[in-house]
Every structure is written in structure tokens, then in C-alpha cells.
Write a protein that binds this ligand. Structure first.
Ligand code: TRP
Ligand code: SF4
Length: 530
């Protein structure tokens, strides 16, 4: 990601050529929050950035949303935690943010819907206006920001967000977010921003501040009330922010909980080896000693991934000599105050041993220890953050093929478009159809490469899986011709826009009553670009 190359068509072949040459790494896919919204290859996001496939958590998600069922939401980070909270009726939150740089369009609707769905499932829901980011990274004036913010929020409310149950705010107006941003900023340094965002000497400082603000946005739901699983529904271009925030969340923690076997420290690989030794050695009358484990390991042939850790594990065990090997859960003092450390010692039930900088416990499970660490931290003025989760949706293809771009009006449909214009844009859209009706009947259309099919799946069919399936199958079987298919889609789009715009008018009062100021009297001209 040190490569800020935008994913445009021109540079793609060059990057592919490099990838073919065997070079792997950051240059192949760039996830750039301020770049253009296309992803050349979604699979690479799994391999290179460690985003996980949504499919794996789909079965555990109660009543999944149609965007989940249809694979539009394709990836996640630790969504398991959110799904679990949902299943168990435990508190969880959902938050996303919108940069008010233009009119909200059908791509933003995906995120609105995701937020609203989580709110309906019981989440504390938050929608925020990223005004600091729009001003500092995109150079928008405060007046423009106010106007666009209003339009985003009206659409969010019109689609069903409940502002009385959830919270709306703008970054610049949220003092708690700003304070949290300051705190989190103290855990990050400039070199990281260079590496993650390709920032450099020319990057304006307010842009840095807006990034730190975003990490605070992401953790804010846990500040409002208590630490809890939180999902951030976004496009994959926002993943760098999610990853940074997940790191920062860990760095603020007072204690780190790990498993250990003796007084010394083990890394993850070494720990697996020592565990193997512990499990293999008979735990009879006499204790298993470290030196016995060292001896056992000498002749043990571990899986190749662990081979490198063998010498150091053996050395540590030998140095500990006759010390008994005993599994334990360890609390490490990472950032704790002295009072918090003392409080933790007091709070641990059962057998414990206190050392300089860590405490070993013998009667707690790892999960119990995690919970206790969080409790003590929160009681002693810490945040106790859980790492935030995220889900990622695919970007919609532009109606004219290529990417959906706000600077090409025909490529997207704004939620404010005149319904007739919406109708016309769908009628004029590129399709995955064949050159002639005859060929289409013979070969079938290419629904997988058809922006019109996407419209059905992402929006027009709504919850109706049957309709999506029917369009797809009739298309690929050659029973459906593009003219009629587009006519149907165009009608649905027109109806959607009419209905949505009517609802926007109805929710005006709701927005006026909401606790968010859309008339900022801020002064100044922001920076622009990065
Ligand atoms: N950076 C986001 C965008 O460009 C906006 C944003 C700000 C955001 N804070 C956030 C998104 C928190 C998700 C969560 O659209
Ligand atoms: Fe697309 Fe419909 Fe044509 Fe199939 S029939 S290619 S889905 S427009």
C-alpha cells in the first residue's frame, strides 16, 4: 500500500505485468481511501490484506440481509463477534460515516441499508458526517458540506434510520470524538501514516487529523456506553482505516492477556511447541519440569511452520531447568497505572503469582481473564476497547460500464435524480447482452457482467430473492432480452426514486428534530487532495 497508484484502467496492465513477473506485495492491489472506487480483483483482498470471506460467517448471522445473501457484502474482519452478540441478544453497535462531497447515490444506499439493518437487529446505530475529512482532504467549503450533509442524512432517514434510537453527528461537532482522537493519536506515529496512506512531507496536517478522527469515530460507540462488538459497514477502500483502528484499540489497552507455561515468555510458535511437550509428557506424581520438556522437544519433529521456533523454545526451557511446567494465564502490564495494576491483583480470585510487570493466574480461563482485565481497566479510567469489526461490500459497476464515478452523471444514479432521469439512465445502460436477439436466445446473456443485473441484485429486487434469481436464470438461459429487462428495471428505478424522494420530504421534520447542526458558521478554506 505504499503505492498510491489509483486503480484506473491505464495503470492496471502495468501492475498486472509486474505481478506476473512473480513480484507479490503491496503494488498489486492498492486500497486507497482517497483514490478511485474500483477493485481489480477482490480475491487479492483476502490474500494480501487478510480480509476474510463473508461466506464463512453467513451461516452464523441471524436473518442475513439480502446484500449478505447475494454476496454483495463479500468480506469482513471479525464479524463473528457481532453475529454472536446478535444471536445472544447482547449489546453491539454499528457505525459508518459519509464524506459529504456530493449528492448521495445508489452506492451510498448500500451503506445506509447496512446501518439500518443492523439497527433493526438491535444495534446501537451511528451515522456520522465526515466533514473534517471533506474539508481537509477534498477542500470542500463549509457551506457545501452543510448542504451535502443534509442530503445524505435525509436519504438515510428516508430509508429507515431511526434517529431517536440511534445517533447522528458531524465530526467537527463531537467533542468526545475529538478528545478520543487526540488520545488515539498519541499511540500512532507519522511513519505509520506514511506506510499506510502514503502520506509524506506535502500532506496537510488537517488531513492527518481527519484520519485520527476517523479512528475515533470507529471506536466512539464503545465510549458512549461500554465496550462492545461494533461493526463498521464500508467499502474495502476504507479497510486501511479499519486496520489502523484495530491496532490502536489494542495499543490503548492496560493489560495484555496471554497463556504461558512457566515464568519466561514465549512467542506464539514457541508456545505451541511447549504445549505439545506438555501434552505429551506424563503429568503423574511428580511435576513435569522445563528441562524434561526441552529433552522431549529435541527429538520432536514439528510441522514445518514451527521448525524455526524449536531452538529458541528449547533454549528457554533449558534455562528454566527444574522449574515446573504449568499452564497459566498471564496478565501483562502494557499501559496500566499503578492503581490499576494493584486493583487487578486484588480482583484475581484463586492462585496467583505477582511479578514485576506481570501477574500469573492458575484458576482463570483465558476468557475470564480477558473480561476481568477489561473490567479493571474501565474502572480505572481506561477505555477497555474491543477491536472493531467490519464488513465490506462490492462497488457497483457504472451504468456506462467501468467504474461508477460521481463526475460522470450517466454512470450513476443519484438519490436526488429526477425519477424520469433515473428511468432514462437505466434504459441507456450498458448490458451483458449479445449483439443480436438471436444470439442472445442462443447463448444467453452475461448477467455476471451486466450493470443492469447488478441493479436488480443490489437494489431493485429488494428482499425478493425470487426476482433476482428469475432475472439471472432467464438471462443466462436466453429467455430474457435486454430491451424488456431494462424496461422492467427502469420502471422499478423510477418507482424507487419517486418513493424515496417522497419519503425524504416526510422525514424533514425528523431531521430538524435530530441533534445535529447543519448550519455551521465555521470559517476558512480547507486543504485539498493528499
Ligand atoms: N472516510 C470515509 C469516507 O471516505 C468517511 C468516514 C469517516 C467513515 N469516519 C468514518 C467511514 C468512520 C466509516 C467509519 O467515506
Ligand atoms: Fe443484463 Fe437483463 Fe440483458 Fe441479461 S437480459 S444481459 S440481465 S440487461
Amino acid at each position: 500500500m505504499s503505492d498510491s497508484t489509483h486503480e484506473d484502467e491505464e495503470s492496471a496492465p502495468e501492475r498486472d505485468a509486474r505481478a506476473d513477473g512473480g513480484a507479490t506485495g503491496a503494488d498489486d492491489v492498492a486500497l486507497d481511501p482517497w483514490g478511485s472506487e474500483t477493485i481489480a480483483d477482490y480475491r487479492k483482498l483476502f490474500e494480501e490484506f487478510g480480509i476474510e470471506e463473508f461466506e464463512s460467517v453467513l451461516p452464523d448471522t441471524p436473518d442475513p440481509h439480502y446484500l449478505m445473501r447475494r454476496g454483495v457484502i463479500f468480506g469482513h474482519r471479525e464479524y463473528d463477534a457481532v453475529a454472536e452478540a446478535m444471536r445472544n441478544d447482547e449489546p453491539f453497535a454499528a457505525l459508518s460515516g459519509f464524506m459529504p462531497t456530493g449528492d448521495p447515490h445508489i452506492g451510498h444506499k448500500l451503506v445506509f441499508d447496512e446501518l439500518i439493518w443492523h439497527q433493526e437487529q438491535g444495534a446501537d446505530a451511528f451515522g456520522l458526517i465526515a466533514d473534517l475529512e471533506a474539508h481537509s482532504a477534498r477542500g470542500l467549503s463549509w457551506d457545501e458540506i452543510d448542504e451535502h450533509a443534509r442530503n445524505y442524512l435525509l436519504s438515510l432517514l428516508a430509508l429507515g434510520f431511526d434517529p431517536e434510537d440511534g445517533e447522528l453527528y458531524r465530526q467537527s461537532d463531537n467533542r468526545e470524538v475529538q478528545d478520543l482522537a487526540f488520545e488515539l493519536g498519541s499511540k500512532a506515529n507519522f511513519s505509520e501514516f506514511e506506510a499506510i496512506y502514503d502520506f509524506g512531507g506535502e500532506t496537510n496536517i488537517s488531513h492527518l487529523q481527519s484520519v485520527v478522527t476517523q479512528t475515533a469515530d470507529i471506536l466512539y460507540p464503545q465510549l458512549v456506553d461500554e465496550p462492545k462488538p461494533t461493526v463498521i459497514p464500508v467499502g474495502p477502500d476504507q479497510d486501511p482505516h479499519v486496520r489502523l483502528t484495530r491496532d490502536l484499540a489494542v495499543r490503548t489497552r492496560f493489560f495484555k492477556v496471554t497463556k504461558a507455561f512457566a515464568s519466561f515468555e514465549l512467542d506464539d510458535d514457541e508456545r505451541q511447541l511447549v504445549r505439545a511437550a506438555y501434552d505429551a509428557l506424563p503429568a503423574g506424581e511428580s511435576d513435569v519440569r522445563c528441562e524434561d520438556a526441552a529433552e522431549w522437544l529435541e527429538t520432536y519433529g514439528p510441522v514445518p511452520e514451527l521448525a524455526d521456533a524449536k531452538p529458541s523454545a528449547i533454549r528457554k526451557l533449558e534455562e528454566a531447568g527444574k522449574e515446573p511446567l504449568r499452564p497459566r494465564v498471564r496478565f501483562f502490564d502494557r499501559n496500566a497505572t499503578e492503581e490499576a495494576f494493584e486493583d487487578l491483583i486484588e480482583s484475581i480470585e484463586g492462585e496467583k503469582r505477582v511479578f514485576e510487570g506481570h501477574i500469573d493466574t492458575f484458576d482463570l480461563s483465558r476468557a475470564e481473564a480477558e473480561e476481568l482485565a477489561r473490567e479493571v481497566e474501565v474502572d480505572n479510567g481506561g477505555f477497555g476497547f474491543q477491536q472493531p469489526s467490519s464488513i465490506y461490500h462490492r462497488f457497483m459497476t457504472g451504468l456506462t460500464g467501468g467504474k461508477m464515478s460521481s463526475s460522470v452523471p450517466a454512470s450513476h444514479i443519484s438519490l436526488l435524480d429526477d425519477p424520469e432521469d433515473g428511468y432514462d439512465k437505466v434504459k441507456a445502460a450498458t448490458t451483458g447482452g449479445r449483439e443480436t436477439a438471436e444470439l442472445q436466445r442462443e447463448l444467453g446473456g452475461e448477467a455476471d457482467d451486466c450493470p443492469v443485473y447488478e441493479l436488480y441484485a443490489y437494489l431493485l429486487a429488494g428482499d425478493d430473492d425470487e426476482l433476482t434469481k428469475r432475472v439471472y436464470e432467464e438471462c443466462v438461459n436466453g429467455e430474457r432480452l435486454c430491451g424488456g429487462c431494462k424496461e422492467q428495471a427502469a420502471e422499478l428505478m423510477k418507482e424507487f426514486l419517486e418513493d424515496h424522494q417522497e419519503k425524504r420530504e416526510e422525514v424533514e421534520d425528523l431531521l430538524d428534530a435530530a441533534d445535529i447542526d447543519l448550519d455551521s458558521d465555521r470559517r476558512g478554506s480547507g486543504g485539498g487532495g493528499h
